[in-house]
Write a protein that binds this ligand. Structure first.
Ligand SMILES: [Zn+2]
Length: 446
């Protein structure tokens, strides 16, 4: 495996927003040494990267994702949720193995281009092999589970039995867990209680526990659906129902977590389950605003996610973090909440811990080398070397990211994806997306 000696990087301290200039040696996929000066004699085979004026941050963890949706972000713009869901299923049905492969690849590459090094994916079972191959080819760190449902929310919800959900989870586990030199891990990912029976939720949780896997689900995303679940369980909310079913613990990730009572926030804090904040989706499809500030106040280590691009339209974690921070400041009338350091931690170490990594999410000796470098002196909007971390979050976007490593492997350099012909991928995907739009009847043939 290649070694890299990164010279004079300004490593971000997310506690006090200061930086310290250090050399970083990456070897065997890890931060082998971090010091004021590392001589090339110590690592004669290393490639040297000059990181003068570059801010170094841990790689971002996108903790709630549906990557194949990158092919269907346009046709789902500005729709009410019922129409949005029907159209989503129509597009999913119309996509081929090749569509899934290239959609997954495109989304992973754009996520990495913007500094994301880990994706927690709630994927589909159809086209599984093509999807997993694309994650492997992209080389991004991945936790992968399939969305399962057994309660019809509408006439197009795909329903399977509990036994079939377990069988599919077994297959995903065999095909995913440990793949790509351990970069890929399996999870279970039942869609959420509005579309999942208590029996399926409990069976998948028990199955995941036997293997030490993450349970990844939606929680409290739609107001009406949340109220329906509460009524069905005779409880006050969806998180109460998950607690009743025994689902909530530190291995459970709860995407959105919007429609929760203060009592349910206490339940989440006590059980150590992890909410995943996806603000762009929450705003764009009018889900509502989660109580992130109150969660943080209770010490809940909230993670962040870009969700699917059919609802968020972006895989840019910096934009996601900024949106979340602004939204919480506005809703609480408190500008101190989700400060830049807290937000970057939600985008990195909180996500890594949520996914079960003890050696990921920070730039520390011995940790896995998932790293982002941002050149702070080639962008007019980022100018001010005394306030780099805040400026990157509030004034920047993922386009500012210059260099990205995943497990010590160089993925982005000089703002270009490595190992792929970006121009070819863009042309190919443009053509495929256009054909898909025509095939589904939402765009007329040329
Ligand atoms: Zn989702």
């Amino acid at each position: 495996m290649s070694e890299f000696l990164i010279r004079n990087a300004d490593i971000a301290d997310l506690d006090d927003l200061s930086t310290r200039t250090r050399d970083i040696l990456i070897a065997d996929g890890r931060f082998k040494k971090i010091a004021e000066r590392i001589e090339l004699d110590e690592c004669p085979g290393a490639s040297v990267i000059d990181a003068h004026n570059m801010l170094a941050l841990p790689g971002f963890t996108d903790c709630h994702s549906h990557v194949y949706q990158t092919f269907i972000k346009g046709p789902l713009d500005d729709l009410v949720i019922t129409d949005w869901l029907v159209r989503l299923f129509k597009f999913e049905e119309s996509m081929s193995d090749e569509d899934y492969y290239y959609a997954t690849l495109l989304s992973c590459l754009s996520a990495m281009r913007f500094g994301t090094t880990t994706i927690n994916e709630m994927g589909g079972y159809e086209h599984l092999d093509a999807t997993l191959k694309a994650f492997e080819d992209a080389g991004i760190r991945t936790t992968f589970g399939i969305s399962t449902t057994d309660v019809p929310e509408n006439e197009v919800t795909p329903i399977i039995s509990v036994d079939e959900a377990i069988r599919r989870s077994e297959e995903v586990y065999k095909k995913t867990h440990g793949r790509n030199n351990g970069l890929m891990r399996a999870s279970v990912a039942p869609a959420g209680l509005p579309a999942v029976s208590g029996e399926m939720a409990k069976a998948l949780k028990a199955w995941a526990n036997e293997r030490g896997l993450i349970y990844h689900t939606h929680l409290g995303e739609g107001k009406m659906e949340t109220e329906r679940v509460a009524r069905e369980y005779g409880l006050n909310g969806e998180a109460e129902a998950l607690e009743y079913l025994g689902i909530l613990d530190e291995k459970t990730l709860l995407a959105h977590s919007i429609w929760l009572s203060d009592h349910e926030l206490d339940i989440i804090a006590r059980t150590k389950a992890i909410p995943v904040h996806c603000p762009n989706t929450n705003m764009k499809i009018s889900d509502g605003i989660p109580k992130i500030a109150q969660m943080l106040q209770r010490g809940i280590p909230v993670a962040m996610g870009c969700d699917g691009e059919a609802s968020s339209a972006t895989k840019d974690m910096i934009r996601e973090g900024k949106a979340g921070s602004y939204l919480q400041k506005a809703i609480t009338l408190d500008p101190t909440v989700m400060d830049a350091g807290t937000t970057f931690k939600m985008m990195s170490i909180n996500g890594a811990r949520a996914l079960g990594y003890e050696d990921l999410g920070a730039i520390k000796e011995g940790y896995q080398a998932d790293l982002v470098l941002v050149n702070m002196e080639d962008d007019l909007s980022l100018t001010d070397r005394d306030h780099r971390i805040g400026n990157l979050l509030y004034a920047g976007t993922g386009h500012a990211v210059d260099t990205v490593f995943v497990a010590g492997s160089l993925k982005v350099r000089n703002k270009k994806i490595q190992n792929f012909d970006e121009g070819y991928i863009i042309r190919k995907c443009n053509d495929m997306i256009h054909e898909l739009n025509v095939r589904t009847g939402y765009v007329k043939e040329d």
